[in-house]
Design a binder for this molecule. Structure first.
Ligand SMILES: [Fe+2]
Ligand SMILES: [Fe+2]
Length: 278
């Protein structure tokens, strides 16, 4: 990475870090009203909480593999370390809700963790730029997932879950903002290349680890049935606002596809268009 760009990433990290210290830190034991947690949890909601915990549990792979990819960038590497701390609280909070609500016993949680961590997550993309584009979409999508569950769970009258999901969603928005600002730095260097990579990542996006979590297809179906997340929500509530935040129009994205198609002489199959953003 060019030294000037590297300096700007470092500045971006410092801005992120100071803001997080000042405005966003929360305490797992004090800031969630655990004494008001429901004792009659809805089994479907408990299932979704456990599924989200599974996604958060691949933290050792997310941190180690991404850190290795960007270790030469102090701004990004220090961010990743801070990010790991924040994400580690997410799985702890979800786990605490599952046990305190009586949805799962400690033994069930241990068994579940063992099963999850028995498989390894691998990077879905192999360049720092693609990974940054992926995490921009993924952090935004994760916030949409937590907000969606919070809405579904509103009727459950569970102030602990409500607060927990609000705190998690707020962290995910903070993560999204760092990555989005990082993408904008890359765009200042070579906008066309970034939009081409963005087109690729949008069309190949999947939530992290969902290809290796045992039984994910049923969990994913349940999340879709509850209206928390599905392909339509991905397009309308993730892709569309992320494109807006990056100031990229659908037309610019199509233009990037045309360039890529021309360059490859249509040798490889092109990804589908994004026709339903409106
Ligand atoms: Fe998280
Ligand atoms: Fe996050």
């Amino acid at each position: 990475m060019k030294p000037a760009l590297e300096n700007r990433f470092y500045e971006l990290y410092l801005e992120y870090f100071h803001k997080a210290e000042e405005l966003r830190r929360w305490n797992l034991q004090r800031d969630i009203p655990w004494n008001q947690v429901t004792r009659t949890p809805d089994p479907a909601i408990a299932q979704v909480m456990q599924a989200f915990m599974a996604v958060e549990l691949y933290l050792p792979d997310y941190t180690s593999k991404i850190l290795h990819l960007i270790r030469a960038s102090r701004g990004r590497a220090w961010f990743q370390a801070n990010w790991g701390y924040e994400e580690s609280k997410h799985s702890l909070a979800l786990e605490m809700w599952l046990t305190k609500s009586g949805s799962r016993t400690d033994d069930q949680i241990r068994e579940f963790e063992e099963q999850i961590l028995g498989r390894e997550w691998n990077l879905p993309y192999h360049t720092p730029l693609e990974m940054m584009l992926y995490t921009t979409l993924q952090e935004f999508a994760t916030a949409v997932n937590y907000r969606g569950l919070r809405q579904v769970a509103q009727a459950a009258d569970d102030p602990a879950m409500d607060r927990l999901l609000a705190l998690l969603a707020r962290d995910e928005v903070g993560h999204f903002q760092f990555f989005k600002d990082g993408v904008r730095l890359y765009m200042e260097e070579d906008r066309d290349r970034v939009v081409e990579a963005l087109n690729f990542v949008i069309h190949t996006f999947r939530m992290p680890a969902t290809d290796i979590i045992p039984g994910w297809s049923e969990q994913g179906d349940l999340i879709g049935r509850l209206g928390i997340f599905d392909d339509r929500i991905y397009l309308r509530q993730v892709v569309k606002p992320v494109l807006q935040a990056l100031n990229v129009s659908v037309e610019e994205l199509r233009e990037a596809r045309r360039r890529l198609k021309a360059a490859s002489n249509s040798e490889s199959p092109s990804p589908p268009e994004v026709p339903t953003l409106g």
